[in-house]
Ligand binder design. Structure first.
Ligand code: IMP
Length: 207
């Protein structure tokens, strides 16, 4: 049986529950499997020097795993997300190091470190970037990028979302990502933009 939108399943190569939730609502027509669902429990070392390189590392690790141990699953699509925040006044740090910016590496500690580094710097410009890497069952690889520009608040605003959401206010708005519902955030976020490009591509190639 050929690959089509009814039998294709997406394996999302991330252990980040928040990203998984956002991806599930961005791809409502697909069954999205987590790494747990496919029995993958190893750590993936993200030692690439760009978002694209790290997204590729994640997807390729899962491709190798599935094709070594799970040959019976030809219709799995593999999707990964590498994303981060780039702050103009910090020479675009933390960038690819966003998840491990502080020594603790928790969302709270990362965000506090970012506010501390910026202190009262008047330049609050930042952007979020997301690169999605999709590998088709035949091994071909496709990338989709989304970006959103905004400003960083001086204080935490809102409780939704994850990561740096409570201090990121998209350009032209007043609410932070953490003050938005998931669908509101998805309609304009870096992940939402990349996800839309990816689903348009999938709609073209799947019968
Ligand atoms: P990754 O899982 O290695 O791609 O790291 C992504 C990190 O970037 C996350 O742990 C967050 O710190 C940050 N990040 C990426 N996307 C978002 C978002 O949508 N909201 C808030 N923080 C994000």
């Amino acid at each position: 049986m050929g690959l089509n939108s009814k039998n294709a399943k997406i394996v999302f190569a991330s252990n980040n529950g928040h990203k998984l939730e956002e991806i599930r609502s961005l791809f409502p027509n697909f069954e999205i499997l987590s790494l747990k669902d496919i029995g993958f429990d190893k750590e993936i070392i993200e030692n690439g020097h760009s978002f694209e390189a790290n997204a590729r590392i994640k997807s390729e690790s899962i491709f190798r795993f599935l094709h070594t141990f799970k040959e019976e699953n030809p219709s799995y699509l593999i999707l990964s997300d590498d994303s981060g925040i780039c702050v103009e006044a910090l020479n675009f740090a933390p960038g690819i190091h966003s998840a491990r910016y502080s020594s603790q590496g928790t969302d709270k500690a990362n965000l506090e470190k970012l506010l501390e580094e910026l202190r009262d710097n008047p330049n609050r410009k930042a952007f979020f970037i997301c690169v999605l890497c999709l590998i088709l069952p035949n091994g071909t690889t496709h990338f989709f990028e989304g970006k959103i520009h905004g400003n960083l608040s001086e204080k935490v605003l809102g409780e939704n979302g994850f990561g740096y959401d409570p201090i990121f206010v998209p350009l032209g708005g007043e609410k932070s990502f953490a003050q938005m519902s998931e669908s509101e955030k998805n309609s304009l976020s870096h992940r939402g933009v990349a996800g839309k490009k990816c689903s348009e591509f999938l709609a073209q190639i799947l019968s």
